[in-house]
Write a protein that binds this ligand. Structure first.
Ligand SMILES: [Zn+2]
Length: 189
């Protein structure tokens, strides 16, 4: 069900004219009546790594490693008011890999010239841009007490200027925007 919701929301925002713009991220958040929360973030690679090519140097690999560790931390991505009793249940990142950007396993066959094909899963677009996708999930003990949905991304990634969001619950749907000055969305009930 989450997959359907998130796909729907991402398609909707794509139709609304989304283009890859540095500094601008997106998030779709779904909350079910029994308290499951799933959120999918899409953020330009430039905004989290400072570059969008696969890391080439050890310095770039270190940057990617640090950024990916932060992006895999549910507490950096999403937070709720305490009374909702939300506990992180997982996070999955699809971004650059600090091993050098290749997404294939080293399964013994020698490096050959299908490097480009091997990178097909890295979210690289034709223009050399890349997008980082992170999915994070929580289980909330009291979903009806969720009053604030916020993020700590701006403190960690100063290149992010804003994040446009969609929040869907079983009874409501809302659009919002997080900025460094307003990192909390307050639900009205
Ligand atoms: Zn870009």
């Amino acid at each position: 069900m989450f997959d359907t919701l998130l796909t729907l929301m991402l398609v909707t925002s794509a139709q609304a004219g989304h283009v890859h713009e540095h500094g601008h991220g997106r998030v779709a958040i779904a909350v079910t009546g029994d308290g499951q929360v799933e959120a999918e973030f899409e953020i330009p690679g430039d905004s989290v790594y400072g570059f969008e090519h696969a890391p080439r140097t050890s310095e770039e690999r270190a940057i990617v490693q640090r950024a990916n560790a932060l992006l895999s931390d549910p507490a950096v991505l999403l937070r709720f008011n305490d009374r909702a009793g939300c506990v992180a249940t997982g996070a999955a990142l699809n971004g650059h890999e600090d091993s050098g950007g290749s997404s294939h396993q080293d399964d013994g066959h020698p490096d050959d010239d299908d490097e480009d094909e091997a990178h097909a899963g890295d979210n690289h677009h034709g223009g050399g841009h890349s997008e980082v996708t992170v999915t994070v999930s929580f289980q909330c003990e009291h979903p009806n007490r969720i009053a604030i949905v916020g993020t700590n991304l701006f403190a960690r990634f100063p290149r992010i200027e804003d994040i446009e969001g969609v929040l869907v619950t079983d009874s409501a749907q809302a659009a919002f925007a997080w900025t460094p000055r307003d990192m909390e969305y307050r639900l009205t009930r």
